[in-house]
Design a protein around this ligand. Sequence first.
Ligand code: NAD
Ligand code: UDP
Length: 334
Amino acid sequence: MQVLVTGGAGYIGSHTVVELLNNNYEVIIVDNFCNSKREVLDKIQEITKKSFKFYEGNVCDKAFLNKIFDENNIEAVIHFAGYKAVGESVAKPLMYYQNNIDSTLALCEVMNAHNCKQIVFSSSATVYKESEIQPLQENFPLGTTNPYGTTKLINEWILKDLYQADNEWNIMLLRYFNPTGAHESGLIGEDPEGIPNNLMPYIMQVATGKLDHLNIFGNDYDTKDGTGVRDYIHVVDLAKGHLQALEGFKKYKGVNIYNLGTGTGYSVLDIVNAFMEVNQVDIPYKIVSRRPGDIGRNTGDPTKAYKELGFKAEKTIQDMCRDAYRYAVTHQKK
Ligand code: NAD
Ligand code: UDP
């Protein structure tokens, strides 16, 4: 089966491509490297020893997409391509709406024209309204607080409307919680430019000496140790969820929505302590005030994904910390 992976050179995309190739899917990657590096493609090859097709270009470009669909026999698309930084989306909303929405519109139009009507879309836990009731379930109220989140929600609406208009479409909306970790080879992982916003990439830079300490944003939340709790999921578990979603097309028609997380919440201090223990490195930290817009707890109920797709995250918090650090160390040597 030929699968087109948009954004396949990115963090989650590259790990998903590895799993697809290991499971004998024929993979076609499209990426414009706006947030990734070309060398990732070599690393995917090195890990899997398998070949795949690659097209460099912008997913918003319909003529470019038409060429790809004309030259191949694509049966399904996994659509990762998009911008993902919340803070940047607040500063540059037009850029976010343009890229994240135009790419989906162009892609679906070209898919339609080629009678390819199966899409797995990267949505996010950020589409949920803040809720006292945790873990979040797929039918909980939706609402966003920043342009990035709104682009995800709009994409969900676009895809739902597409199905309403044409019931031949099969659509999987996967709401990821907090992806972290890296491939156990240490060859691919998360490599943000500049000072990271997310917890694990920040800890990695402290661990490798690029930053001197971690700021923990608040220890006065109503959580077990006062620090923020999130549903961290190892990126390889998350990647495998995409293969299960592709398999799910055989059984589940129409629009299907799934949380992809572990259902378990870990606090900032849980992560820091696990990281120090498994990697035997010190992570100096200071408690500072809460980050504006943050919430104390955000975890997702993965029961639906388990029951319908057979999805179950297997890797532990120790695996996430060990693999993230291995990638940071390997990567730094280059
Ligand atoms: P990433 O930035 O590492 O990967 C995205 C890839 O898409 C990059 O390689 C980038 O170069 C490419 N890209 C972006 N716009 C493009 C365009 N117009 N044409 C071609 N290529 C383009 O991000 P990621 O962490 O792998 O996330 C993948 C998807 O999952 C994104 O849609 C993101 O919003 C979503 N998501 C990510 C997280 C997370 O924490 N990483 C959480 C929830 C949802
Ligand atoms: N966090 C922190 N210091 C940092 C980055 C994050 O204390 O430098 C905390 C943050 O307040 C939250 C958790 O770590 O409680 C996860 O933050 P991240 O930005 O990775 O994910 P999100 O908040 O978007 O779910």
